[in-house]
Design a protein around this ligand. Structure first.
Ligand code: GRG
Length: 304
């Protein structure tokens, strides 16, 4: 990037993701140990450790560090974001929602443990997420912790995952989903939790209101970017691969960016969003912003 001087060492995202990802996994191990009743904890751990990319936790930690906070302060919220994400996938896969048999190449939680266990384990993981932030956040004053909890709750619920899911489900088969509705669904189902993770990190790290505002706008851009790229990948992945994910023709019934804008139009939109996201990071110390800049590129260029 031209804003960085030639003396700035290149940022190694792979190492950053591996190191931070390991810390997140250790923290999740501690936050969600295998305990009684195992019928609740086993499906939680099965789904949590099924190989997710940990994008939300990494964003939370990077945002906290960007505004001067540290990893330990962000970690409970980082874990909470991953727990909320994972429970939403467990519920999304259920027969009366998306009805998927496979997730990340493994049987979905309800296939492995039954529907009741998948529902209740998801429920308890959602509650545990908030309990964990409230009880285990070190190095931040209580008002910041309370704000972070509120931010994550809103991102999970009324302004995020649940709102996006209901609009998505109600739009299915209606055949008249326009670009505006598509954007609503993605801003809520996908962008909101990325935003919650980033903003919670910024709040806990002691960011100013102005910084938090910029982080929020940054996160909205990468949230939409995430989804546009997802839709592009759905088209460019081979049809055999698609068939394997669900055993049904998902692509045929879903409204997607490539269907609305064409593949080229979608790629252009992705490029615009990537640029806009990075613009929001311009006001920060360039060196400290490197992880978020690199994570933006990762989201734009990922292939799964
Ligand atoms: C009660 C909070 C709550 C949720 C229930 C089911 C539901 C409401 C919402 C569904 C939300 C959903 C499935 C959104 C899709 C999110 C998305 C982009 C998933 C893919 O994320 P990645 O690529 O996945 O980060 P990995 O596997 O890497 O973790």
């Amino acid at each position: 990037d031209s804003s960085y001087s030639e003396t700035t060492p290149p940022f190694d995202l792979k190492t950053y993701m591996r190191q931070k990802g390991n810390s997140v996994n250790r923290a999740l191990e501690e936050a969600v140990p295998l305990r009684s009743p195992e019928a609740l904890y086993e499906p939680m751990r099965y789904s949590l450790f099924a190989g997710g990319k940990r994008v939300r936790p990494l964003l939370c930690i990077s945002a906290c560090e960007l505004v001067g906070g540290n990893e330990a302060t962000a970690m409970p919220s980082a874990c909470a974001a991953e727990m909320i994400h994972t429970m939403s996938l467990m519920h999304d896969d259920l027969p009366y929602m998306d009805d998927d048999d496979l997730r990340r190449g493994k049987p979905t939680a309800h296939k492995a443990f039954g529907e009741t266990a998948a529902v209740l384990s998801g429920d308890v993981m959602l509650l545990l997420a908030f309990e964990h932030v409230a009880a285990a956040t070190p190095g931040a004053p209580p008002d910041r912790v309370a704000r972070a909890v509120g931010e994550l709750a809103r991102a999970a619920g009324r302004d995020g995952l649940v709102a996006g899911q209901i609009v998505d489900v109600c739009s299915e088969g209606s055949g008249e989903v326009g670009l505006e509705r598509l954007e609503y669904i993605h801003l809520h189902k996908t962008a909101a939790l990325l935003e919650g993770a980033v903003v919670a990190g910024g709040m806990l790290g002691g960011g100013t209101e102005e910084e938090i505002g910029r982080l929020r706008r940054f996160a909205r851009c990468i949230g939409l970017l995430f989804q546009v790229v997802d839709d592009i990948l759905d088209v460019t992945k081979s049809s055999t691969e698609l068939g394997k994910t669900a055993g049904k023709d998902v692509a045929a019934e879903k409204v997607t960016y490539p269907k609305m804008l064409g593949l080229e139009g979608s790629r252009e939109l992705a490029e615009e969003l990537r640029k806009e996201a990075k613009e929001q990071l311009m006001g920060f110390d360039p060196e400290k912003a490197m992880p978020l800049v690199a994570l933006t590129d990762f989201i734009a260029c990922r292939n799964n």
